[in-house]
Design a protein around this ligand. Structure first.
Ligand code: PLP
Length: 410
């Protein structure tokens, strides 16, 4: 058994939180004890059956897992090539995969005796998931959100407030997700005793990238079992959209050791990866550096200044990517591509028309890549894409791009 594991992808990261040259723990001395305590507590919880029993109970009765594995038969026929399956994580409570991870971190926080949860959010999806689970457990919740995003994402700000969370607009830096994460880290250091920092993607210092991945891998575990039941074999290709990379790591991880499975991550190409950084493709258009406590591929200028990036999809515009993806990219185990706003919009519409599913703009990027490759693949080639979020939140953005006038509220 141990011998089998030596070359396994399942064993990473190393004790310093490194995935090859990526990851690690680049944090101040004041943050280090908090990170080490979190790691210790997580390592303990991870092997404790009662921790997973609590997770499973809530996944089933609160989130609605397992999510279905759906054969998109009309889309398959329309494209005329590979057989397309969708992992329906958009059917989760709160409409995306974020809650898989939030539940794990908040159950851990409760075990650690923490009563105050802080989080960063960009588009507001992670903030809403965190506020939701905090309401469920009666925990105080503070969400840091760039001032610019507070203006752009009013419905999610209102949702968080309805759920009892305090939303703190961040004006430092450029007032976006990157700055919100910095402020959350600062809050954590000053409120050590009662506070737990719930990070929304596979980023941050070790152990966050591995811990968030572990909580999200329920997606891939279910997909694998469901595919074996439906088709009697593994998929040939699995595809997911990447912001920070948590839904993708969640789908990919259980398949990493299955050599026959082709793995593709789809970054946001915005207006095109070569145009003045008007994209969020950290792997395709960035280079390695350190941000938020880990070393990974980042969007940066020649002086190493972090750039903001751009995408039609607010949930994809994180200027970095989880360190495990940087490693999978460098060793070639996964392939990373980018999809433009235009391609994602076309995929969004096709999915509505062919399948009666309004997808979020994030998985529309993954779907756009499916649409690109499926027609040229044989009919017995099986693709599984992660439908990681529903599109209700995006209809105003899409309407605007399609030139359709619509008031946000009467
Ligand atoms: C937040 C979000 C993303 C991006 O985050 P990852 O960590 O890359 O998964 C993608 N899709 C949806 C629906 C989201 O809400």
């Amino acid at each position: 058994m141990a011998e089998d594991l030596i070359n396994s992808f399942m064993t990473g990261p190393d004790e310093n939180g490194r995935f090859g040259d990526f990851g690690g723990r680049f944090v101040s001395e004041t943050l280090m004890p908090l990170i080490l305590e979190l790691e210790k507590q997580y390592e303990f919880a991870k092997t404790d059956d009662s921790f997973w029993a609590e997770m499973n109970d809530l996944w089933t009765h609160y989130v609605g897992r397992p999510s279905p594995l759906y054969l998109a038969d009309r889309l398959t026929e329309h494209l005329g090539g590979a057989k397309i399956y969708m992992k329906r994580d958009e059917l989760n409570h709160t409409g995306a995969h974020k809650i898989n991870n939030v539940l794990g971190q908040i159950i851990l926080a409760r075990r650690m005796g923490k009563t105050r949860i802080i989080a960063e959010t960009g588009a507001g999806q992670h903030g809403v998931a965190t506020a939701t689970v905090c309401a469920k457990f009666g925990l105080k919740c503070v969400v840091y959100m760039g001032a610019h995003d507070v203006e752009r994402q009013k419905p999610n700000v209102f949702r968080m407030r309805l759920l009892g969370a305090e939303v703190v607009p961040v004006t430092s830096g450029r007032g976006t997700l990157k700055d919100a994460m910095n402020d959350a880290l600062r809050d954590w250091v000053t409120n050590v005793r009662d506070t737990f920092y719930c990070i929304g993607t596979v980023a941050g210092p070790h152990p966050y990238p591995a811990m968030v991945r572990d909580f999200q891998q329920i997606i891939g575990k279910e997909a694998k079992a469901q595919m074996l039941e439906r088709e009697g074999r593994l998929p040939d290709t699995i595809i997911a959209a990447i912001g920070g990379g948590s839904n993708a790591m969640g789908l990919f991880f259980p398949f990493l050791d299955d050599k026959s499975v082709n793995i593709i991550g789809v970054e946001a190409g915005g207006k095109g990866v070569n145009a003045k950084m008007e994209h969020c493709a950290s792997l395709t258009g960035g280079r390695p550096g350190v941000l938020h406590g880990n070393r990974t591929y980042l969007l940066q200028d020649d002086d190493g200044q972090i750039l903001e990036g751009y995408s039609i999809s607010a949930g994809l515009d994180y200027p970095g990517i989880g360190p495990e993806h940087s490693w999978l990219h460098e060793i070639g185990r996964a392939q990373y591509v980018s999809i433009t706003d235009k391609e994602a919009l076309a995929a969004f519409q096709l999915c509505c028309e062919q399948e009666g599913i309004i997808p979020a703009l994030e998985p529309s990027h993954a779907l756009a890549h499916v649409i690109k490759i499926a027609p040229d693949l044989p009919k017995d080639h099986i693709i599984c894409m992660n439908m990681c979020g529903r599109g209700d939140k995006d209809i105003f953005t899409v309407a605007k791009h399609l030139g359709f006038e619509m008031a946000e509220a009467d």
